[in-house]
Every structure is written in C-alpha cells, then in structure tokens.
Write a protein that binds this ligand. Sequence first.
Ligand SMILES: Cc1ncc(COP(=O)(O)O)c(C=O)c1O
Ligand SMILES: C[C@@H](O)[C@H](N)C(=O)O
Length: 369
Amino acid sequence: MVTRSVDLRSDTVTRPTDAMREAMASAEVDDDILGYDPTARHLEEEMAKMMGKEAALFVPSGTMGNLICVMVHCEVRGSEVILGDNSHIHVYENGGISTIGGVHPKTVKNEEDGTMELGAIEAAIRDPKGRTFYPSTMLICLENTHANSGGRCLSAEYTDSVGKIAKRHGLKLHIDGARLFNASIALGVPVHRLVEAADSVSVCLSKGLGAPVGTVIVGSHTFIEKAKTLRKTLGGGMRQIGVLCAAALVALQENLPKLQFDHKKAKLLAEGLNQMKGIRINVAAAETNMIFMDMEDGSRLTAEKLRKSLTECGILVLPGNSPRIRMVVHHQITISDVHYTLSCLQQAMQMIQEPSLNQTGKTENALSF
Ligand SMILES: Cc1ncc(COP(=O)(O)O)c(C=O)c1O
Ligand SMILES: C[C@@H](O)[C@H](N)C(=O)O
C-alpha cells in the first residue's frame, strides 16, 4: 500500500501553512464591498507598490482577474483582443472574454518560448478604416510566465517591444501574470520592470506563492475603479476577505524567497528525466517550476501508462489524454520527492519498455538518484 504522496498536478495544490492559518484566524476584517477591509487594503497597497502601478484590487481567481482586465480595456462594443493561440485566457477560461465580456478574440501563434512574433502581433491589428466591417482592436494580452509553453519567461525587453506596438496603435497591454513572480526570480528582474509597459496585470497569489486563494490585478486608479465595479457585477465582490488576504501577505513574505528553490527542483527533475530512454525533455526549457515530458515516437511508453504507474507510487499529475505529461513543482515538493519521482519513473519505464527483462528480476542501467 503506497503511503507516500507527491503532488505534481499544479502549483495550485499547495495547502496553507500554519503561519497562513494563524494569520487567517487573527486577520483584521471588515466589509470589503463597502471598501473597509483593512487587510485587503494592506495587501492591495503592497502589490501596487511591488508592481509599480497606481492601484490594485483583490479578486477571487486569476480567471476573473483576466476577464475583468479584458472587459475594462474592451468596453466598446465590437472590441477585439490580440492574444496567444495557446494562452490561458484563450484555452482555459471557458471563452469568458467572449461569452461574458462580449470581446472578440484575435489569436496569434504562440512560439515555443511563449512569445508571439512582433510582426504577427502588428499584422493582427485591425485597420481602423475598416471599422464598418472589422472588429476594433483595443488590447494585446501577454502571459508571463507562459504556462502552456512550460512556464517560459518573457523578457522585459520583449514586453517593452509589445508595449511600443500597443502605444503606436493606441492600444492597451494586459499581462496575465499568474506566475509573474516565477519569471522575476528566474530572470533576476524585478516584477515592476517586467510589467513596466503594461496597462494592467493579473498576478496570482494562489500559484507558486502558495496562498490558498486569490489574485490581485494592478493598474491606474481609473482602471482599478472600473475594475472594482465590474468585480461586483461579476459577483466577485466579497465581504470579510481579510481572512484570505492575510494568508496572501504571509505567502508573499514566506514563499517568494522559496521560488528559486522550486526552479532548482524542477531543473533537477528535468535533468534526471533527460537521462531516461523513451521520453523527450527539453531541459533548457525548464526555466521555472514546470516540466513537460513527451513520449518518444514508436516507444512502448504512453502518457496514460506512465500516469497510471505514477499514481500507483502516490505521485499525482494532471489526468488527461494528452501524449504529454506536465509536472509542476511547488514549495511543498522536497528534493527527496524529486528523487523518489525519478526512481519511480525509471522503474515504470523499465517495466513498460522491457517487460521480459523484469520477469528475470534483472534490471540494467538502473540510474541512482
Ligand atoms: C497562466 C494562468 N493564467 C490564469 C490562470 C487562472 O487562475 P485561476 O485558476 O485562479 O482562475 C491560470 C491557472 O490557474 C494560469 O496558469
Ligand atoms: C489547469 C490550469 O488552469 C491551471 N492554471 C494550472 O496551471 O494548473
């Protein structure tokens, strides 16, 4: 019976630490819809300062944060947003910007590193002279780090270049910064510099930072005022949110410094996987806390077989029928968990690829982790 549990499904799975729970229990609270929750104000002031923006607003989720930001920037009917074809907003948010926001998506191909080609972005901008027929481009969205590219980082220089395109065409720039702190640590660039060109940013507290709930959006005072109204319209206004914001403040203090170790653990995992036959790993692409593991063509290995073997070892990855397995490291994964995962994968691959060998109990090239 497996007793060990290693949860690599996502960095959204972390449990609140004791310090977070203590802070939640003793949090100073008030009605935040009326604008009086002191702990929410404290968190929002902290985040606005860190991001170098005028104001901030706590929202229940990253999905709502992105939706509100897109809707504020695209408040004119017929608005269109340019975003990546593999972006979280386009793929994993139920098409909310269209179905709820009434905003038309104009996708541009995401490159392997999470960027969109600058020329392709500019070419996607509608000609205002065609306004009778075309939607009107109002906004460009980036995602840093880029989740579906494996947690790849967008540089400040690239973001500035996109910002220049937006400004040249009178557009706004939003950054889905669900894992912005991971990008900042990996690049060694402060978060405020990474988002300098952005008019709005959505930053998740519930990802690598390990808070149980929440996202903060930042922007100008005018933007945040409009966002506050929309948050209420969408049902995202809440009462005593100081309980949640207190945990987020602890997460910022406790876990921000730990992100560098998450990246080191992810790299260790990628390097170990890279020694194994039958799978493909791009070690260089493991820039932050995510790893993508692809099955080699023609191999007996399938993602489903490996997922099943991992589960039998108590190792959790997201279920799915994709031939790719994603592993996400967080502060509640230890180095020993990484070694355990590598050892379980090595044995699983051996059993799947060389079933006859295992009947004799012989094992070759067993890697020692
Ligand atoms: C890049 C990115 N943006 C936004 C979100 C949405 O955040 P939430 O799950 O809190 O809605 C996620 C996933 O959680 C994400 O990975
Ligand atoms: C699944 C996805 O929505 C989530 N943001 C994650 O990365 O785990």
